[in-house]
Ligand binder design. Structure first.
Ligand SMILES: *Cc1c(COP(=O)(O)O)cnc(C)c1O
Length: 428
């Protein structure tokens, strides 16, 4: 790796566990070391050694307009002059809540948090408090942040009581989380038949996008909706990644599903730390101070974060084509080019894409759940990753991550990227 980055990483490791503040940044899945960023603008990132990359991560989702868009940087400058945090209500919170409720029909009331993890954690507590039940259902391969109830892996037993997926998660917590295989209606029906009256909620990534990018089989999301209704449980859509990226109403808008609660993050913060959860008013009104379910946050609804998020959402929904339509155009252009290239090279592959989200798999098997994602050619992926990085294209340093396009990616940027892909593949 480059000089200054490598030196700084050695220092970072002295003072920060693993040298990073979030594990995927350590590049362990590609057997390497990260670069350090000096600055980023549009679709390009420049490292501290002065090398520039076309970026397909966008800070893992938030930077949907590209890096440092003037709409957001100007807003932050402007708003910061009047104060950075108050701990008292500010008007931006109301504008943000109203915009979310107007754009996402299932959301009647919404509470802001400072991360997606807090949003899902709070939605789970609320579902338990509302239903008076303890069990929740999640799916293998879906990531919902790192709270105890959700860092749970499939258990080995006949029934699917979860096991801790991290040291430090008490077994007693994990046992209250049932982990099922995604896209498998039979296991779902079986669990609800056996213990449906003790299940508070199903939580699901609206399109699972943290272990590859996986799409629901036809009717699967509708089944989640009907089965929760039938048994008096709540359906929680985790749209932290997909919300405001795939359209004004996220996946629920595309798939015509009405979840009871939804979680958001990433794009709604414009790159500042934000999350949100919202849904049915009768459920949301169970939160303190209205109800008995406690939830709070010193920086929740922070004026800078709200204003930055609002600026981003307004920019996305304006113009003709609007931002979402343009992102789909550019996504299609990227997919067509990439699949053409892979076919031409005769490399077994699959590309899952929706709008500006994509995942390239080095396998030609159908991707139904996380097991399929795991079965691709990992060594090929690693070589491809480093081949791209060397040539100035930064894709996710892990075969389990979804890639992101932004409004700052032009057709010319994509053509340049495809040339790099071609050279990287040829060098393998
Ligand atoms: C990123 C993500 C989270 C966690 O959000 P943080 O802001 O990292 O805490 C939760 N759910 C999904 C689907 C995510 O993609």
């Amino acid at each position: 790796m480059s000089n200054l980055s490598s030196k700084l990483f050695a220092v970072a490791k002295q003072y920060i566990p693993g040298g990073v503040n979030s594990p995927v940044r350590a590049f362990k899945n590609v057997d390497g070391e990260p670069f350090f960023v000096r600055r980023a603008k549009g679709c390009r990132i420049t490292d501290i050694d002065g090398k520039t990359y076309i970026d397909y991560i966008g800070s893992w989702g938030p930077n949907i307009l590209g890096h440092a868009p003037v709409e957001i940087t100007n807003t932050i400058h402007q708003v910061a002059k009047d104060g950075i945090s108050f701990g008292i209500p500010n008007p931006y919170e109301v504008d943000m809540a109203r915009m979310i409720c107007e754009w996402v029909p299932s959301v009647e009331k919404v509470r802001m948090t400072s991360s997606g993890t807090e949003a899902t954690m709070s939605a789970i507590r609320l579902a338990r408090g509302f239903t008076g039940r303890d069990y929740i259902v999640k799916f293998d391969g879906c990531y919902h942040g790192h709270s105890d109830s959700l860092l749970v892996a499939a258990g080995s037993g006949a029934l699917t009581h979860g096991e801790p997926d991290s040291a430090g998660v008490p077994r007693a917590f994990a046992e209250k989380t049932i982990v099922l295989s995604y896209n498998d209606p039979d296991s779902l029906e079986k669990v609800f038949q056996e213990m449906g009256d003790r299940i508070a909620a199903i939580i699901v990534e609206s399109y699972p996008a943290n272990a590859g990018l996986v799409f629901p089989k036809p009717g699967y999301l509708a089944l989640l909706s009907s089965i929760t209704k039938k048994y008096g449980a709540l359906l929680i859509f985790d749209e932290v990644m997909t919300g405001f990226r795939l359209g004004r109403a996220g996946v629920q808008g595309l798939e015509h599903i009405t979840p009871d609660l939804s979680c958001f993050g990433k794009v709604i913060g414009g790159g500042l730390p934000v999350g949100a959860f919202g849904g049915r008013a009768d459920v949301m009104d169970r939160i303190a101070p209205m109800g008995p379910v406690y939830q709070a946050g010193t920086l929740s609804g922070n004026p800078l974060a709200m204003a930055a998020g609002l600026a981003q959402l307004r920019e996305l929904s304006s113009g003709s084509p609007n931002g979402f339509e343009r992102l789909d155009q550019i996504g299609r252009y990227f997919e067509t080019g990439l699949s053409g290239l892979m076919n031409q090279k005769g490399i077994p592959h699959r590309i899952n894409r929706v709008g500006s989200m994509f995942c390239l798999y080095f396998t030609d098997r159908e991707i139904v759940n996380v097991d399929d994602v795991m079965k691709q050619d990992m060594s090929l992926f690693k070589k491809f990753f480093w081949g791209c990085l060397d040539r100035g294209v930064y894709i996710a340093p892990s075969p389990y991550e979804t890639g992101f396009l932004s409004l700052a990616h032009s057709e010319a940027d994509i053509d340049e990227t495809l040339t790099v892909f071609e050279e990287a593949l040829a060098a393998i």
